[in-house]
Design a binder for this molecule. Sequence first.
Ligand SMILES: Cc1ncc(COP(=O)(O)O)c(C=O)c1O
Length: 334
Amino acid sequence: MEASAVQPHGGDLAAASALFPQAPRPWIDLSTGINPWPYPLPDIPANAWTRLPEPGQERALCAAAATAYGVADPALLVAAPGSQILIQTLPFLRPPGHVQVLAPTYGEHAPAWARAGHQVEQVAGLPDPQGPLPEVLLLVNPNNPDGRIISPAPLLALAEALAARGGWLVVDEAFCDLMPALSLAPRIGRPGLLVLRSFGKFYGLAGLRLGFLLGPDGLVAAMADRLGPWRVAGPAMLVASQALADIDWQAATRARLASARQALQRALTGAGIVPVGSTDLFQLVRSPAGRDLWADLAAVGIWTRRFPDRPGLVRIGHPADAHDFGRVCKILNQ
Ligand SMILES: Cc1ncc(COP(=O)(O)O)c(C=O)c1O
């Protein structure tokens, strides 16, 4: 594999090993924005594996998600095996039109809309609600990879203006568990406002594959129809129903991630590396002049995320323990 090969996402340690065969193992994987301190897995009864998931389990999951996200009614959300599948399915739920994606952002949105025949434009700023508008406006809040945040008020004004012409505002809130006050989930139900939530990142259980679409009930029902029955695995529903209801764990995790962010930020700035954006789950930094930080870290077994279309930028997640943190600091300071 070429060192210049495109790395569309983090988390691919086989690619890391192919690119850096000499790097010491095991890899310290900081290439995703996934919480390294996951929700503790409960015991899973054998019948969660052997029986088909029952509708009652899904109702319990959606009720827990509605409460956790502040959605007024569980009928305003649908669960899916990860928000990625929702990202790819949503564009087929309306006729092709003009879609604006607030960029730079998570790279899966624009191609998903293009694949469904929409005309996709990447824009650098929000449109004026009084001016010309696309049919669909899509953004990630807080944004990946730069942590940009947009407060609810301008988004609600845009949602209203878009809805008035049959349009949609789609907000991917994959990282919004970190900042619940930012979420538009409590406003769900009004026409044209759609929100995507990802379970895996904040709860540190990305492999469980769970996400939600929040929106007007007709749209949620249309998505449920598209995805078909038994959308989410029984064990995933069991774990997530518990995690979404565990407000003590959620509060402790928010505090832990906030202080981890400060520690990582201190380590970076102490090494003369200035973060250009961040959330409590990751830092986006620019390689110091004359240095390829991504390659330096990879050479010693620390896998981070780079962006081939934005050379020099590196996204770094949290090391899971003091040992890994020390290894990262050592390389940063070299
Ligand atoms: C902004 C954003 N949205 C959605 C996803 C998809 O996440 P998942 O399918 O695990 O819910 C990701 C994954 O990295 C992401 O960064």
